[in-house]
Design a protein around this ligand. Structure first.
Ligand code: HEM
Length: 197
């Protein structure tokens, strides 16, 4: 049972690492902004294809974290004196479940509502009228904001993951979450050439 806990923990942490995707998506999007016009050529097709082809993978990784997280709780209860109440009474675990559901909701919104409109406006790529350009740019800004919120939530969940496993004071949790917020903001507004800034 101990080995099962370890395997589940490794799967959980590796799946959590895949949640870094919004950070890299923001890097790609910021490069597209720096490139400037024209809008609608092969560069946009390339970027849109990369972004939309990650969505299903993202759902799979989110599902892995959620189902794996519950399995981890089950396995830990079987192999240690800890009880379900210890886990479900832990605010950090509850916050992580809520964060994951919010992230899945945001991803669904982009997948079902935003992306199909962007795809329709781009059509087969090529010349675009001014109205379509304006709409695409507005939707891209909205999607980019969503990605930075997603990045913030994912790394906040990582902070809470370590907090629930190790346990540290509230001030440290607050300081780390503030640092995550700052980093998400930098990733939204700059090319973060040095990674953290
Ligand atoms: C984006 C969402 C999540 C991220 C980034 C995340 C990340 C992490 C990390 C980094 C750890 C620490 C591992 C360690 O230091 O040993 C952890 C532990 C854990 N997570 Fe998550 N997690 C997420 C969601 C969830 C969910 C939804 C659940 C429950 C359904 C969950 C249950 C657990 C449990 C039970 C542990 C082990 C705690 C312990 O060993 O006492 N996690 N998580």
């Amino acid at each position: 049972m101990e080995s099962l806990v370890n395997i589940l923990l490794v799967v959980h942490v590796v799946a959590a690492m895949t949640m870094a995707w919004p950070y890299y998506a923001l890097a790609a999007v910021n490069q597209r902004v720096a490139l400037g016009p024209p809008l609608g050529d092969r560069t946009d097709r390339y970027m849109e294809n990369i972004l939309k082809n990650r969505t299903i993978a993202c759902f799979v990784f989110q599902g892995t974290i959620l189902i794996g997280g519950f399995l981890l709780i089950w396995a830990r209860v079987q192999s240690t004196p800890l009880t379900y109440a210890d886990f479900f009474g832990d605010w950090a675990i509850i916050a992580k479940i809520a964060i994951l559901l919010v992230m899945a909701g945001m991803l669904s919104w982009v997948y079902f509502s935003v992306q199909p409109v962007i795809d329709r406006l781009f059509g087969d790529y090529g010349e675009l009228d001014e109205a379509a350009k304006k709409q695409i740019m507005a939707l891209r800004v909205r999607r980019k904001k969503m990605a930075s919120v997603c990045m913030f939530l994912a790394f906040t969940a990582a902070v809470l993951g370590v907090e629930s496993a190790v346990g540290f004071p509230a001030w440290l949790t607050a300081a780390l979450v503030a640092a995550v917020a700052l980093w998400a903001w930098r990733s939204y507004s700059s090319r973060t050439a040095y990674g953290w800034v």
